[in-house]
Design a protein around this ligand. Structure first.
Ligand SMILES: Cc1cc2nc3c(=O)[nH]c(=O)nc-3n(C[C@H](O)[C@H](O)[C@H](O)COP(=O)(O)OP(=O)(O)OC[C@H]3O[C@@H](n4cnc5c(N)ncnc54)[C@H](O)[C@@H]3O)c2cc1C
Length: 404
């Protein structure tokens, strides 16, 4: 009997495991944390549900549609677009493909010129058909936005902060191919929040795997020839190994230096509020880059009321600076919303130094794994997203099925 080991119980590892399970194969999944889900976690706190970092589920992702049983989920949706800050006031800029009437109603105050809209329409047409996020593209996202000559205002209030929020990179260094890919997903799909938080994704995948195949709270500390040394002093044999850890751990285990500047950090703060915001549409609020320590915020209980207790509202605010304090964020929230700082009750924050990883930085680890016949899975092997985590997990499972 071939023994199969999956290391890492994030979305990629869970996806590989549930596919092997559906094919009736035996395996063990080893996860260092007591909780499954990796970077996709939600927790209950004083009656609120807090996600570890602001995350949305893009329903247009092909692998999301294929792997997650979305029809059984109670999803809530953000409206497509954003509140943009103009002359000290938030104005809605809406996706004309999704909300044509509201878009037309708000078009004059949205800050987008007719040329900006024509350019967006051109990009949308350009992205029809299948589009790969990882084709090599000579330009960065920042460069392509400049080359398209969107108006300075539209870049400042919408495009740049919107994409900085997706990439968690205010320099917009990811390649233009990724910009076009995400643009298509956001124009055509919906950004959803599961009823009990983003952690529902991990719970759904994990529920398809028998408990006895999941070893949590144990980490792999060394990869040897056909065996793994575990933190509980045991050694486990493998014939097939899926290494579905984050790339830092993959580099450590394969004895490769973790590339410098290959990651993006973020910190998400949660506050409760007793009143509803005046900006009552279920939209994210964008802050122009460099105008604030906060990149964006939303009243996520306006999108999904089950995230907050009855009569309370839950604000999620994200910064790219880990050292920012909750006081600074509350002060800024109060100023831009015309409220008092005392209106915001701080709940909790989540600092995630390795939130996302830079595309194209992990060739060495991929080559070393291949040379050792180790199958890598994880978003960083493709591009940073749930789509990539799910897809890499599927590819890993398919590789094993092929090799058996
Ligand atoms: C703040 C934030 C916002 C995001 N926003 C979005 C979004 O809006 N939309 C989107 O699509 N994606 C988003 N993402 C990305 C998405 O969360 C990731 O792409 C996905 O979770 C990656 O899953 P993974 O399985 O590849 O890696 P991970 O989640 O990192 O899983 C790796 C697992 O391996 C385990 N592990 C590590 N080392 C060992 C070891 N030695 N032994 C055993 N186990 C080990 C870890 O504990 C972890 O559970 C966001 C991520 C963050 C952090």
């Amino acid at each position: 009997m071939n023994s199969i080991v999956i290391v890492g119980g994030g979305i990629a590892g869970l996806q590989a495991a549930q596919i092997l399970q559906s094919k009736g194969l035996d395996f063990i999944l080893i996860e260092k944390s007591m909780l499954l889900g990796g970077r996709v976690q939600s927790e209950s706190f004083q009656g609120y549900t807090l996600d570890h970092g602001f995350q949305v589920l893009q329903t247009a992702y092909p692998e999301v549609q294929r792997s997650l049983r979305l029809s059984k989920w109670d999803l809530s949706y953000f409206q497509s677009g954003a509140y943009v800050l103009q002359d000290g006031k938030f104005k809605p800029f809406l996706n004309p493909l999704k909300s044509p009437f509201l878009f037309l109603k708000n078009i004059r105050s949205s800050g987008a010129s007719i040329f900006d809209l024509l350019k967006l329409a051109w990009i949308w047409l350009k992205t029809q058909g299948s589009i790969s996020p990882i084709t090599s593209h000579p330009e960065t996202t920042s460069e392509i936005i400049s080359r398209y000559r969107f108006s300075e205002k539209f870049q400042r209030i919408f495009l740049r902060p919107f994409f900085a929020g997706i990439f968690l990179d205010d320099q917009l260094t990811p390649p233009a191919s990724l910009f076009f890919y995400y643009m298509k997903q956001f124009l055509e799909g919906k950004a959803a929040l599961p009823k009990h938080g983003i952690g529902d994704i991990a719970l759904d995948l994990a529920s398809r795997i028998p408990k006895e195949k999941l070893l949590t709270g144990v980490s792999v500390i060394e990869i040897q020839e056909k065996s793994l040394k575990l933190s509980n002093a045991n050694t486990i044999h493998f014939d097939h190994l899926v290494l579905a850890t984050d790339p830092k751990q993959a580099c450590d285990l394969l004895k490769i230096d973790f590339p410098e500047n290959a990651h993006f950090s973020s910190k998400t703060f949660y506050f409760s509020l007793d009143r509803n915001l005046e900006t009552s549409l279920p939209l994210i609020h964008l802050m122009p880059l460099n105008s604030s320590p906060m990149l964006h915020f939303s009243c996520i209980s306006q999108v999904n009321p089950s995230l907050a207790p009855e009569g309370k509202h839950l604000i999620s605010a994200t910064s790219l600076q880990i050292e920012v304090s909750e006081e600074e964020i509350a002060k800024k929230l109060a100023r831009v919303l015309g409220l008092s700082q005392a209106d915001f009750t701080y709940l909790k924050s989540f600092s995630i130094p390795h939130s996302l990883f830079k595309l194209g930085c992990f060739t060495e680890v991929c080559q070393k794994a291949e040379a050792k016949n180790i199958i890598l899975a994880g978003d960083y092997t493709l591009f940073p997203s749930l789509q990539a985590a799910l897809s890499s997990g599927r590819k890993a499972a398919e590789k094993i099925l092929q090799d058996l």
